[in-house]
Design a binder for this molecule. Structure first.
Ligand code: 2NL
Length: 333
């Protein structure tokens, strides 16, 4: 057994453990020889004990030797790793298309001197409806259109970011030139064109002598920057309780250039936003003198603009977190 121990060699990472089990462990051969000592004649026990003890010491020192040489091997393997090699590339994330378009809209208006304003998504009745001249029985206040969280006092999920603009007007610092991006909520049946939440950008400019001409030129600049210099615009009269006069703005169809196609339903025009001059009643509600100040406001859905820009046909895909969709935007900033 002495020879067997001395000559033990095993080309294995676990050589030390294999050795330990074979010789030293509770079922190992050294241990089992030790248990034989009870069968030895009393006069030989002493000598037998010494021989077995030497054998045990030999096995233990061989065990240490194997452990050490194994460690040395691992160390030299580690030394052969080239730490100067470049690491594995990390996969890059990307912005959501809604964020890409929102950032672009915001930066265009920032160049015109608009500042970004933000506010709470849970609003009260005053900031979301009453201050904006939406009468008590207006259909937009209906349970069908608005998510009410609390009844008395009324708390609700904002249905537009106009509430942020009301909060800004109430601060009483004029002139005001702000852009309000944010998520809004409406109790709609989810379809390819509507969702119960979506993103909006609203803008507000209040100063002395602000006119509808300022509104038109501001929005014309915006769509030229957003879609290209060749874009055409037109305004159609419309109605919003918080603006007077009110209009909807169309752009010439990006797909067919105005010739007529499915996207523009063969009209050559696509609606992209609503706008108007801030209703004097709204200014008054927010503590601004409508005789001294005038302003324009507009609102647009970011999903709608993103769908036009990237030819996306179903807005549900924006909130499905499907990486096959999201990955297509990784190179865009
Ligand atoms: C649309 C139309 C609009 C406004 C939003 C507004 C805000 C204040 C006062 C007056 Cl504080 N107006 N916002 C005005 C006209 C239209 O949005 O279609 N949005 C998606």
């Amino acid at each position: 057994m002495r020879e067997e121990i001395k000559n033990f060699s095993e080309n294995d990472q676990n050589a030390a453990e294999i050795f330990r089990i074979k010789f030293i462990g509770s079922n190992g051969s050294v241990k089992s020889l030790m248990s034989e000592i009870k069968n030895v004649a009393p006069e030989n026990k002493r000598e037998m004990g010494k021989v077995l003890n030497d054998l045990k010491l030999l096995a233990e020192s061989k065990h240490e030797e194997i452990k050490k040489s194994n460690g040395d091997q691992q160390l030299s393997a580690a030394k052969s790793i080239d730490l100067t090699l470049p690491g594995d590339a990390l996969p890059m994330g990307g912005r959501h298309p809604i964020s890409i378009v929102r950032n672009k809209i915001v930066s265009i208006f920032q160049r015109l001197g608009f500042a970004v304003a933000e506010g709470p998504e849970i609003e009260d009745d005053w900031h979301n409806f009453t201050a904006l001249n939406l009468p008590e029985n207006h259909p937009a206040r209906d349970m069908q259109d608005t998510f009410y969280i609390n009844e008395n006092p009324v708390w609700l999920l904002r249905t537009h970011t106009s509430s942020v603009q009301v909060r800004e007007m109430e601060k009483g610092v004029l002139p005001i030139r702000i852009i309000c991006p944010g998520r809004v909520y409406r109790n709609e049946t989810i379809s390819a064109r509507a969702h119960c939440f979506f993103n909006q950008v609203e803008g507000l400019y209040i100063a002395e002598n602000v006119s509808f001409a300022d509104l038109k030129q501001t929005l014309y600049f915006f769509v030229q920057e957003m879609f290209g210099k060749e874009i055409k615009i037109r305004f159609r009269p419309s109605y919003f309780p918080f603006t007077e006069p009110s209009a909807e703005m169309d752009i010439s169809c990006l797909i067919c250039g105005g010739k007529g196609c499915n996207v523009c339903k063969h009209t050559g025009w696509v609606e992209i936003l609503g706008c108007g001059m801030v209703h004097p009643k709204v200014l008054e509600n927010c503590g601004i003198d409508p005789k001294k100040y005038a302003g324009f406001a507009f609102g647009m859905g970011i999903e709608r603009i993103t769908m036009l820009k990237y030819q996306i046909k179903d807005l549900r895909i924006f909130s499905e977190n499907d990486v096959r969709f999201l990955k297509q935007f990784t190179s865009a900033v």
